[in-house]
Design a protein around this ligand. Structure first.
Ligand code: GLU
Length: 294
């Protein structure tokens, strides 16, 4: 049997903090315990927020923590063709449609729906897509695209469920860790809770959801170890894996490291930043202790 494959997949849009350290160390320890491999993936598709100095700092901070990973590192920005191919496969199944509303229009449509009653929000608290772009006539779509209008490509959730033959409850994942509400073992995926998620944009042929499933498959990830903030996103990932015929990894979602006020750590790392801790004299062993890895 081939060894288990783990991956740590940070985005270079800020410096690493204790939350990242916990995730990276768990991946590293799991790989060591199981005789597995640890891969590193740089999730840098958002060109507006990612910077080379953050990427350099990721390598530096991880090496300081004593973590070793295989090379070459996969940088998502170098593999756009892989994501485009997956997107085309979904489009060929009739599961993707362009929507043209601006953020302001979406906010207005959402407010109107909320004023008329209630309007559902996704597991991250954002309103589901309220627009009607799915029913735009083909010639109107073609006209807008030809006119250079910006657009987002969305996954038609209702069509996905039909194509994948899902009526409810069939799509699951194996959870080795725990969800935010104590979910464990076999978890039922609920991709419909996210509405028609964005898979790509006019200028970017991918999104977090699409690239993560393509990469986890291409890199052969067998156990995805990541924070509980991504627990519910796994529903979308399982749906995409099913539609794209990709293998199903096991998932191990871990607790989040919080600040003294109980908030999730953010990109402005402050006193929980690895660089700050290091320059204040902390050792890698101190970091392990701070995240509860003893
Ligand atoms: N790039 C994501 C993040 O930094 C993690 C993606 C994942 O592990 O699936 O939050």
């Amino acid at each position: 049997m081939s060894p288990p494959v783990f991956r740590f997949a940070p985005s270079p849009n800020g410096f690493l903090h204790l939350g990242h350290a916990y995730s990276a160390l768990l991946n590293f320890d799991r790989a060591r315990e199981t005789g597995g491999r640890l891969l590193l993936r740089i999730e840098d598709i958002d060109a507006t927020r990612c910077r080379p100095e953050y990427e350099t700092a990721i390598y530096d901070d991880l090496a300081w923590l004593g973590i070793a990973w295989e090379t070459p590192v996969r940088r998502q920005s170098e593999h756009l063709a892989d994501y485009r191919a997956a997107l085309e496969k979904l489009a060929a199944l009739g599961l993707v449609y362009p929507s043209f509303e601006s953020r302001a229009e979406i906010a207005r449509l959402t407010a109107a729906r909320e004023a008329a009653g209630s309007w559902p929000r996704d597991p991250d608290g954002a309103p589901l897509y309220p627009g009607a772009a799915k029913s735009l006539p083909a010639d109107e779509r073609a006209r807008l695209i030809a006119a250079g209008a910006p657009y987002a490509l969305r996954l038609d959730m209702a069509a996905c469920r039909r194509v994948a033959g899902l009526t409810g409850g069939e799509l699951t994942w194996r959870e080795l860790g725990e969800g935010p509400d104590g979910e464990r073992n076999l978890v039922a995926a609920r991709p419909e809770a996210w509405g028609d998620v964005i898979l790509a944009r006019k200028e970017t042929p991918t999104s977090y959801h699409l690239s993560v499933v393509v990469d986890d498959s291409l890199q052969g990830a067998s156990e995805v170890v990541r924070g509980q903030d991504l627990f519910h996103a796994t529903s979308v990932h399982r749906l995409l894996q099913t539609l794209l015929d990709l293998p199903e990894p096991a998932y191990r979602h871990h607790r989040l490291i919080r600040d003294a006020e109980g908030r999730k750590l953010s990109k402005s790392t402050g006193s929980t930043g690895l660089r700050e801790l290091r320059s204040a004299g902390a050792s890698p062993a101190d970091v392990r202790r701070l995240v509860g890895l003893g």
